[in-house]
Structure formats: C-alpha cells, structure tokens
Design a binder for this molecule. Structure first.
Ligand code: ZN
Length: 406
C-alpha cells in the first residue's frame, strides 16, 4: 500500500434515538461496504480536538489532517474565504457570513434567509465596495453562505462576532477585543459594512421577488469567525505525500487549499445531502493517478443531524455506502473512515462524543468489529485517539513513519 484515502463524514457520530429503536443513525444504517471495511481492519474512537471538547468543523479537520488546532487555528473566516476561491493576502481580515433576514429594527427573524438556494446574484451588488480605503471582497458559497474579506492597511481580526447566532435578537455591533487601534478601526469598518448590507440588499430585485412569493428576504449579512491567515507548513512536506481534496462545501476546500492540497472539482458535489457521492468517490479514485493522499469529505450527515433528522442521516449513510462499492476491491490503498465530530440529531448540535473510526487495508491488524458504529468502535483495538494522532497512525501503517529514538 502506497496510498491513503481519508473519508470524513461530517458530524458522523451520534447518540441513540428512539425513532431508530435506540440505535444511532450509523448503527441503524444498512451499510454492507462500511461494515466489510471495518471487518478488514481496525476500529476505534477519535476525540478530534480533545476529550470533552465540542469541536467546530474547522478545528476538527485541522486535527484530523495532522495540524494541532491549538497551534494552527486562525479563525474560520480565512478557511471559508480560501474555499470559495478568494486569494488571501497577508494582513487581510476574512470572515464567514450568512445571508439572513432582519426586521425593521435589525432583529434577526431568520439566520439563513429561509435557506436561500443561491445568493450569487446578491453578491454582485457589492462589487468594488470600499470603506475608508479598505476594499471589501465578497464571494458566495453554497446556499446562504458567503465569505467576506476586508483588505487594507492596519486591520486586525481581534474583534467580536456581529452574528449573535440566534433569532429574536438584534444584530450585534463588532467590538474590538483588547482595545488596540487596529482592532478598533476594523470593528468600525465591519459595523459600517453590515449597515450597508441592510441598505443595499433591501433594494435588490431578488428580494422583492422572494417577498412576493412569501419567502424571507435575504436583507442582511451576518458575519462571524474573523481571522487572519496563519502560516501552515505544507502537507506534502510534513507527510511526504501529494494530496488532493474532494469536497462540496467551501470550508473543507479552503482548509485543504491552505495546507497545499489540490482541489478536485466534481460536478454534482453540492456540500448538501443531495450530493452525488458516486461521482465524488470516482473523482477520488481518479485523483490517485497523480496523488498519494486523497481527502474525501461528505457534509450530508451533519446537515441532516443539525436539522434533527436522524432518519435522513441514516439514509445518507446508506447512499454513501452504496457508492463505496467502488472501493471494495482496491488493495493498493489504506482506507480510513471517520467523522470530524459527533452531531446529535436529537439535539441538532455538535457534541463532544468521540467519533467512530475505521482503518482498513491489506495486511494490517484486525479486531473483532464487523459492524461500523459507535458501540462497536468503543470496543475496537485502536482505542481512543486524538485527532492529531490519526495521520501518524496512518503513515505508520504504510511503513513510512520516521523512527523516534535509535
Ligand atoms: Zn463538521
């Protein structure tokens, strides 16, 4: 084996739910391929950031890809912006945002503007925008998502988030953290930008149309996750493998891009439950012609669990499992399947529960687990590992780990 395929189901882990007869969505899913992969290898549980820590997807992925999140995390904004194809420059402040809905008093009534399908038309209204000599660049992501980059001298990402993360309250003012002049100036520009989004978006024809149809208008941009670019040692230098990323959603492409991965575009990869998993698996296999490491990300599990839909999550796992039929005869690669965190579908939120992991390959150790799930993995031979342990474990399975000591 010379190659590694890392499959990450976003929010894979879960808790037992009554609608699935006390099983988790992964345990309840009919998934012969994942079960066979588990039977051919080892299983365990991963704390992607730390024991008892409820991880965001960004820090969790840094950990899984071998980058200590406590050392390398620079805020989510830069990852999203990079994932949407914005080229960041040193000194830029990047934030991620949602198109949302506010009433006349700036009270949030919908954080995702009715999960608007496509906001790319709205983004055009901000072309060439500048406030106090600071250029503001926007790029629409999937659905209601948008990345915003503030570019100019003397900016600082040390500001609070204007997005209060809930409805029924007013949009917050960004405040400087620590009180330095750069953070103060940045907060002022961000606040003026947000007020302008209200003005500009209210006049957009798309919003008039949405209101006519009884849909919430996308009349505000709610910003969060401010950050400035950190320096990442390239993945290829650290692990000696040329890497590619197959993902639909922006964040995962962004993290990969900043670590030096090639991003493979796949028609039909939506970053949503309707994604074409077969096309993504096929693209991953094709990428192995030129790369030794492929990271394949599937977002559907997390989206459905956050929508409190355990049955949908189970069915998404079953759909993916069918597509994994393409992987079953590959003897040339190590296959690892895990999640970036657990998302409890009863609660609709990330939890700190560790996530199931399987590592499958030719001539590697096996354990007694023949069913990929939270309970089986708890008894697996990999035990409990941290996210940053995963890459060294995988590299060692290929016989390529450096010797420590003599
Ligand atoms: Zn996630």
């Amino acid at each position: 084996m010379e190659k590694i395929l890392l499959v990450v189901f976003d929010g894979l882990g879960d808790r037992p739910v009554s609608v699935l007869n006390g099983k988790t969505p992964l345990e309840a899913a009919v998934k012969p391929n994942l079960d066979a992969l588990a039977a051919r290898g080892m299983v365990g549980l991963v704390h992607t950031v730390g024991v008892g820590i409820r991880p965001g997807s960004d820090v969790a992925h840094l950990g899984l890809l071998g980058y200590d999140p406590h050392k390398y995390y620079c805020g989510r904004g830069p990852f999203e912006a990079a994932g949407y194809g914005l080229d960041l420059a040193p000194g830029d402040v990047a934030m991620r945002g949602n198109f949302g809905t506010v009433d006349k008093d700036m009270v949030i009534t919908d954080r995702r503007a009715g999960r608007i399908d496509d906001a790319s038309e709205l983004v055009k209204a901000f072309d060439g925008m500048e406030i106090d000599g600071v250029k503001i660049l926007l790029k629409a992501g999937v659905g209601h998502r948008v990345a915003v980059v503030f570019r100019g001298p003397g900016l600082d990402s040390g500001i609070t988030e204007p997005d209060p993360h809930r409805t029924g309250v007013k949009v917050r003012e960004a405040e400087p953290v620590g009180g330095g002049p750069a953070a103060r100036a940045t907060a002022g520009i961000v606040n003026r930008f947000i007020r302008k989004t209200r003005e500009i978006l209210s006049g957009q024809p798309l919003n008039a149309k949405r209101m006519e149809m009884g849909l919430p208008p996308a009349n505000i941009i709610l910003l969060r996750g401010p950050g400035m670019l950190a320096k990442f040692p390239p993945f290829a230098d650290r692990f000696g493998m040329k890497a590619a990323c197959v993902a639909g959603a922006g964040l995962y492409k962004g993290i990969s891009r900043l670590l030096g991965f090639d991003i493979i575009s796949v028609p039909g990869a939506t970053g949503k439950p309707d994604t074409d998993v077969s096309a993504k698996v096929q693209a991953a296999l094709t990428a192995f012609g030129t790369h030794q490491f492929v990271f394949l990300h599937l977002k559907g599990t997390d989206v459905l669990a956050e929508d409190k839909n355990p049955l949908g999550k189970k069915e998404f796992i079953e759909k993916a499992d069918k597509a994994f039929g393409l992987l079953m005869d590959r003897k040339d690669m190590l296959i690892a399947v895990t999640g970036d965190h657990s998302t409890a579908s009863a609660l609709g939120m990330h939890t700190a529960d560790p996530v199931p992991l399987l590592i499958s390959g030719t001539d590697i150790r096996t354990d007694r687990c023949g069913s990929f799930g939270e309970t089986g993995c708890a008894a697996g031979s990999l035990g409990h590992i941290m996210g940053v342990n995963l890459m060294p474990v995988l590299i060692d399975q290929l016989g390529k780990a450096p010797l420590y000591g003599a």
